[in-house]
Design a protein around this ligand. Structure first.
Ligand SMILES: [Zn+2]
Length: 67
């Protein structure tokens, strides 16, 4: 399972989230410190093209409203 690293935009707290690849509509994580959903994903551990492609596809699916 990939580990996604996020940084909270409210309190700048960094945290990691384990996310299942098969989860098609992952809910946005919340900051464990302040509970804010304004978090930004950091890409620091994976730099392969395959991984970037996967993240791009995941991101575009996140932008889409749930059907
Ligand atoms: Zn926070």
């Amino acid at each position: 399972m990939p580990i996604f690293e996020y940084q909270c935009q409210q309190c700048q707290h960094r945290f990691e989230v384990l996310q299942r690849v098969r989860q098609e509509t992952p809910s946005p994580p919340t900051c464990p410190r302040c509970g804010s959903q304004e978090v930004q994903r950091l890409i620091s551990r994976f730099h392969s093209n395959a991984w970037s492609t996967f993240l791009d596809r995941l991101e575009s699916s996140l932008d889409r409203p749930p059907v």
